[in-house]
Design a protein. Structure first.
Length: 133
C-alpha cells in the first residue's frame, strides 16, 4: 500500500565520483546502520486527533498525494523522530533518547522504526551503508 505514496516533490542523491556503487543504497540491515544520520522530511506533521490506543500521536505529510498515509507513533518513537535533524547518527540518537524510553534500548525496535519512517518517506539518510557488510 505504501508504494502508492506519490509525493509532490522528488529527492535526488548525489555521490562523489569514485564512490563504490555498492554504497549508493541505504541498507538498514547493514552492519553500519547506526552510523547513518536521519533527516526528517521537510513537512512531516503531527495530528493529535483520533490517535489509536497505545500511541502518542500520528505522523503524516501533506506532501503525499494521498492524505490517508498516516503513521501512529509512540512517545519513544516520536522522541527518535524529533532527533532526526541531520546532526546525530542513529546510534547517537538512540543513546540520547534511551534513558527516557526503555524500548529504545532495543536495537531492533530502533531499526524497525527508522525503516518504517524511510518507507513512509518521512526520513532520508546521510551517510554510507555497505562499508562492512
Amino acid at each position: 500500500e505504501l508504494y502508492r505514496a506519490a509525493v509532490l516533490m522528488h529527492f535526488f542523491i548525489a555521490c562523489k565520483k569514485g564512490r563504490d556503487e555498492k554504497t549508493y543504497r541505504i541498507d538498514l540491515n547493514d552492519n553500519n546502520w547506526k552510523s547513518l544520520t536521519p533527516i526528517a522530511g521537510p513537512a512531516v506533521l503531527q495530528d493529535s486527533n483520533n490517535i489509536p490506543d497505545g500511541y502518542h500521536t500520528v505522523l503524516y505529510s501533506p506532501l503525499h498525494q494521498f492524505d490517508d498515509i498516516r503513521c501512529p507513533v509512540t512517545a519513544g518513537e516520536l522522541a527518535l523522530f524529533n532527533m532526526a535533524n541531520n546532526r546525530n547518527s542513529i546510534g547517537k540518537i538512540q543513546e540520547i533518547v534511551q534513558p527516557r524510553y526503555t524500548e529504545v534500548a532495543d536495537d531492533e525496535f530502533v531499526r524497525r522504526f527508522f525503516r518504517k519512517m524511510y518507507d513512509y518517506d518521512f526520513v532520508s539518510f546521510c551517510g554510507e551503508s555497505g562499508k562492512n557488510s
